[in-house]
Structure formats: C-alpha cells, structure tokens
Design a binder for this molecule. Sequence first.
Ligand SMILES: Nc1ncnc2c1ncn2[C@@H]1O[C@H](COP(=O)(O)OP(=O)(O)OP(=O)(O)O)[C@@H](O)[C@H]1O
Length: 930
Amino acid sequence: MRPQRTPMKPARKPGSRYHSTPTDPVEVCARIRNLTNRDESSCIEVVNNHMFRLVSPDGRVTECQFSHLFNAKVGQKLLFESVAQPMIGDLIKGKSGLLFTYGVTSSGKTYTMTGTVEEPGLLPRCLDMIFNSISSLQASKYVFMPDNMNGFIVQSEADALLEKQEREIMFPLTTTKTPSKNRTKTPDVRYDLEHCISENIDPDCRYAVFVSYVEIYNDYIYDLLGDVQLDAFNRPKPPQSKRLREDKKKNMFVYGVTEIEVKSTEEAFAAFHQGQERRRIAHTHLNAESSRSHSILNIRLVQAPLDPLGEDLLQEKSLIGVSQLSLVDLAGSERMGRTGAGGERLREAGNINSSLMTLRRCLEQLRENQKNGLSEMVKYRNSKLTHLFKSYFEGRGKVKMIVCLNPNVQDFDENLHVAQFAEVAQQVEVARQEEYKIDRADLKRKALDAKFKAEEEKKRQLTAVRQLSSEAASHRLFTRARGRKTPSVTSDATESDTCTPGFTDDADTDWEGIDLNIGGSFPNIEIADAMDTETVPHLIRFLSNRIALVNSLKSSAYSLGSMFRSNLQSSKQSDRDLQSRLKDCEAQLSIRSKDAAKMERQVKKLESKNQVLTKTTQIFEKDKKQLQEQLNDAELQLKNSQMENKKTESKLRGAVANTRSQIEKQCDKRVRNMQSEMQEKMWVKEERLRQLKNIISDGREGRPTTRRPATPLSSTSSNVSSQTPRLAHKRRSRSAENLLSERKTLNKSRHISSSDYDLRQPTKKKSSTSATPLEPAPPIAPKHRRSCSANNSNWLAHLPSTTVPTETILQPCIKPNRVVNVPSPKDVAGAHKYLLTHQSEDRDGEIQTQLVKGEVFHTRTGGQQVQFVDIETLKQQDPKKKKKVSSPRKRKSDEEISSGEQSSWTDVETRCAYGIGSTGNKPPTSKRKR
Ligand SMILES: Nc1ncnc2c1ncn2[C@@H]1O[C@H](COP(=O)(O)OP(=O)(O)OP(=O)(O)O)[C@@H](O)[C@H]1O
C-alpha cells in the first residue's frame, strides 16, 4: 500500500474544476504511541520517517507510507514544529487550515491535540505562537467586530471604546480579561511552552484573535463557549444545538456560535478550558462521554492594514483579512462490535462511525472526481462533520491529518482501517488558498492622491480668500483715491488749435478721455518768394504758439508724471500695507483654523462621549424599565400569593373549626355517654346499696337496737328521695303529660304544702317540731354530698309563673342573680348556670318540686346551650297517707334513713358509701339523686 504522493497539482482531465487552480494534497502524518504495557506485542514496525509496516497476527505485512511518520520517541515539540508551526505561519499570512487527529480510542488523539501541562499538545502551542507573533501589533479590543455572518467589520477607536463601555455596563461582572459572562471559574493552566514566533507578521497591519469552540455529538453541534442557560430552579439547562450556514464566500460556519476575542495566550487557554468545562457539564446532561464527540476549536485571526501614515486602521471591509485554523479532535474510530457497547453508547458509536464513514466517502468521491475529472456531487451534507469542513475540501485552506496509532497487536484491524482511510485522504487534492496581501504601493498612491487633492483644495480655498481680500483692499483704495482731488485734463483740441489742457476740480472727470494733442495740424504753408511777409510771420506765430503749447504740455505732463509717481508710490505703499495686513490675516486665519480644527476635534470627542452617555442612559433606562417590570411582576406575584395564603388560611381555619367542633361534639357525646353510663352504674350501685341496706336492716330487726325512735319530723319530714336523671326524666315527661291536671290540683297541692310547711317551719310554726333536731342523713359520696347550688355563680332562676311556693325548711341555698318566668335568650346569655323549678303532681296527688340545674354553654354560632347536670327533687308527703301506701320494708328503710341516727349507719353502709364516693363522711343536708 504505497500511495503515490503528488506534492503539486496532478494532471487533470479536461473539464475538471481544478484544472486552473494550484492545489496541495491533504497532508497525512502518522503518530505511533508507545505500548501501554510491556507485555503487549506490537503490530507496527517503523521503517523510516515516512513508512511503517503493519504486521497482522497471522504474519501478513502491509506497508503504509505517510508525509511524516512520528514514532513514540518523537515529542510534542517536534511534532508541532513539523506539522502545526507552518500552519501558524500560513494563518498569519491570511491562509486558513484544518488540522485533525484521527484514530481509535486511546491512540493518543487528545494527547496529540491538547497534551498535558508538562507536555503541551498542538493546540496550546498554536495559540502561544500566534500571540507571541502578534503581541505588539494587536488592535484594541472591539476594533474588529464579528458581523454574525462569519465576517468582520473594523470600527474606530472611539466606537471600540464605546462598545467596551457598553459591554462593561451590560455585563459588569465580566472583565476584559475573562472571556464570557456567566462563566464558571476556570483553572489557571500554565503550559510549559517554548517561545515560538512567526516571521510572517506585517508591522503595518493590526491583528485580533477570536476563538470559538464547538463539539459535534450524535450529529448535533453544540456551542461550548455559550452562556449556560439556567432553568427555573437555577440548574443548567441541556445545551441547544446550533445550525450550519454558508457565508458570502461560500465558507461554512456555525451560525450564532459564541466567538470570544482573546488578547493573550492566557485568555485563550481560559476560553478553551471554559469550553472543556462546558463540555463536561453538557455531557452530564446529555449522558455522553467526552471521547464520543468531535471537538473543534476555531482560531480566527483578523487583520487590517494601517493607513500610509501608520496612524489609523483602514476601515474598508475589502481590506480586512480573515484566516481560520480549525483544530479538530475526532472521536475514536473503533468499530461498534469491538466496543461491546449497548444502548446510548451504541447510538454514539453509530453516529461517530456514520460521520467518519461520511468523511471517508466524501474524500473518496473527491479523489474520484479529481482523478477522473468528474464533477459528481460530494455528499458533505450527510453528516455535520463533513458539512462543516466542506469549505476546507473545496479550497478554503490547507488540510492536515494526524493519524494516531496504537501499536498494540489487538488494534491491528483498526490500524489497518485507519491506514486505508489515510491512504484515501492523502490522495485528495485541495485547492491552494491565496495569501492575504496588501498592495502597499497602491495604498500609498491612493493616499497620496487623496492628500494631493486635499492640499489642492486647500490652496484653492486660500487663493479665493486672498482674491476676495485683495479685491476688498483695492476697492477701499480706489474709494479713498476718489475721495482726494483728482487731476483732470480737459481736451478741446478738436475744437481749436489753441486749446489748452488743464486740470479740473471735477471729480467725475474721465481720465481715459484725456487728449494730450499738441494742437491742430501743421498749416499748409507755401512761401512763394523770400519777401512774403504774410506767410512767414503767420508761420512764426504758429510755431511760437506751438512751442508755448508744448511747454505747457511739458509742464502739465511733468506735473501729471509727478502726480502719477506719487500715486504709484502711495499705491505701492498701500499694497505693501495690504500685503502685511494680508499676512496678518493669514496668520490669524491659520491660528483660527487651527483653533477650529481643535474645536472640531473636541466637538467630535464630546459627541462621541455624548453618544456613549446617551447609549449608557438608554441602557440604564432599559434596565430600569426591565427592573421596574420585574418589580411589578414580583409585587403582583406577592399579592397573589398573599391572597392565596389568606384563602388557604381561612380554609384551614374553617377546616380546623369544623374539625374542632366535630371533635368537641364527639367528646361531648362521649362524655355524656360516659356520664350517663357512670350515672347508671351509680344508680345500679346505689340500688344495690339500698338493697344491701335493706337486707342488713332486715337482718337486724330481731336484734336489740340502740336507735332512737324516729322523731315526728323524721316521719313527716320532707321526703327527699334520690332519683336518677332517668327517673327524673320519666317524671318530667309524665308531668308534661299531666300539665293540665297539675293546674287542677294546684289548689290542693298548695293546701297540702302549706300544712307541711307549717309543720317544718320551727320559728313560725309548732315548737315541738322546731325542737326536734334534724337527724344527719347517711353519708353519701362527697361528689353528691355538696349541692351544685353551693356554687353561687351567676345563676339564672327559671321560675315558671305556675310554680307553687313550697316554703319548706329545705330550700336551695342558691342565690340567683336573676329570676324570670320565661327566660329569653338574652337572659340565658348573661348567666353561667341555669336553675329550672319544675313542679308536678305524683300519684298520691302530692306536689313534687324538682330543681333542675344546668350549665350554660356559649355555642360557636353565637347561641347558648344549657346542659342539665343535676336534679334535686323535693317531695312532700302526708305522713298518714304514707303509712297507708308504704310497704313495711320501704317505710322501715325510710324511717331508718330519716331518723338520721348516727349509730344506725353500720360499717357495711359506711363502707359502701365510701366505696362509691371514697371521700369524707360529712352527712348531707339533703338527699338527692343525680
Ligand atoms: N504519544 C504518547 N505519549 C505518551 N502518552 C500518550 C501518548 N499517546 C497517548 N498517551 C496517553 O494515553 C492515554 C490515552 O490517550 P488519549 O486520551 O489521547 O487517547 P484518545 O485517542 O484521545 O482517546 P479517546 O478517543 O477516548 O479520546 C492518555 O493518558 C495519554 O496521556
């Protein structure tokens, strides 16, 4: 496999597009890295600086030849000097170039292109050499401005300053030293570099360097120097892909890519590392591996000539030279099968192989076209990689490829594949690009022409000024002269022979009409004889007249001459004066024109400052507007959120209130249930206790007793019977049913009650009854011992108008704050406790008074609720009737209870009472049931 290298234009067939243009072949160099392991065996044998042998595991040998072959011992510096350094020279001359590394993974592509800090690769070396070469000849920042269509414009220093100020205002955090806004901190990488410099620099030009960094991943182009867009949560958004476009010169470029103007090697490295960082972030988002994408660093060198005076850059767009060096680190070219990848990695590998395959096909098609003079379409558009490099293969600049090889025998197939690709590539010819040249002589000529024209114009203007001023001066002189006595010669020679010229005082005498004739024509005299006495004397007279006339003319001529001389002298003098004045005027004019120029310059400066200030103001106003809008939005959002919060709060409050009321209801219900349960239990216990007492008392009947006999009071005392609320309720219902019968029996009840009261009122009635001490009631549970009425807190007594006064000695000790017949809600609202006096008639026609006690609760809706908690029942009985109707057992019990004899309380009873109440044994003042 020995490719025929054709250093210059190959023979073309007629019709070839390249027949008139000088071409260069794609230069392919091979770099063989060292084996990673000593145990590995190599499949490459280096023959010389251009050739190596590829030995297959089964011993087949293939020879491969390249422009240069760099073995593992060749360092980065030598590689740079051989491959990239000439490209930098070309770049400075205005020629573009494409340099890419090609090979399988781990063959050393990135090492060759980027290298390490100790062993910098081609990229840092290229950047360093560019800045070493143009360092002192760099234009001010923003003098060269990208026009967003792959071209540049040159703007004045003032405009550049303005641009700088605008950017500093718009992106205050970005300093001129850092390349982009929203940047992440980039490491300050300092490569170990030798000082390389190019000789091709033109000192009469000014330069600027712009870098852009893109990658092609899965056939999408991503900008690596663009600002990272953040989402609503301040997290970086996935990168957006870019489109390719063609500029006016048919060069492909990434549309809208970020191009950073860098002023030093450090800034360029910072931009590159910024891109690397973005690449890492982007890959995290895209779930990609960095080695699975093609990365492209574009270095664009822009140059423009200075004017012939070497002062200002010429702003003509046609004079701007733009050259580009594209440094490409291609993704690994291994085949899919070998990687053993699946899923996303398989897709990556597929895309890589597809783009590399397209590159190979394009090169093959180009080779075919060039060999056979065809003009078949080359399908660059099949992949973004070839589409972007299309212009290079069509003559934008030199193309160089470094084939990186891993000599490991396992890579034999891949190396063979790479070598075949290289063979195709180096047979492709690329049209040679013209250098950027400035015709200095032409520039100078043009400048001189312009200068000459300007000077001519200046002179013309000066002459016009002078002419105008001299005309003005002569006019003044003439006016002055006319103001003096002007000599005037009157001619009347035509009238007579003896006319006498003379001066006249008339100022309007026409000098041109002066006739200095010496008289009439000589008379025609003929002397007939010597004795002619008439003719001779006439002649003598004529001659003497003429002599006199001549004399007078002489004298007038003399006077005229002297006058003319004096006039001439005075006019010369005035001319000199005028000259000197003109000089003064010119001097003043030049001073004033200098002042004017100075003023103009100042005006320009002020205008540019004014422009800057205007623009700054506009920017500030725009910012202010935006900020105001943001503020308004924020306020609106705040209001909305506050309203929502209030709504939520009220909702929650409602929910809480509902829940609380439900819980309270449930609790109340449960408490009531428990209370009723407890009361029932209590009642059951009391019933049992009563039964027990009865049993005990029955048992004691046969025994001798120490009990005192029952007093009349005890037998006739108010029978305060204990009742459960249930019983009370039953009774209440019954009394409600018998409401009308109650009315009927009212008189009777009153009668009975009054008799009863008579018995029980010791002070008012019989002393026998008052002398009888009230026997203490059996002990009950302390809970029941003290009446609820003891708590004299804001009672409302509901005493229906039908209530009959009982006037017994047992009266509730409640002092109600208010007594009403019919309670209104307002009355209930003002009270804490509620006392209802209810009277009914029992079976025996006796009045039974019930004091129903309740607690007033204020409901959430603003109403009141009375919860009955206690009923005291006061029952009056006729002792005679009682004896008749009472059973012996009951009577006995009643007697025992009402006797109030302390000794009648047996241990068992006391214990039972204690068991229920488990408190002290102070006897109650009344019997009651709850
Ligand atoms: N010529 C060389 N001399 C010394 N070390 C090398 C050389 N070539 C490659 N290496 C080392 O081999 C390793 C892999 O190299 P590198 O990353 O450049 O491979 P690559 O071809 O770019 O891989 P990928 O396609 O995965 O990006 C690196 O650690 C690098 O330092």
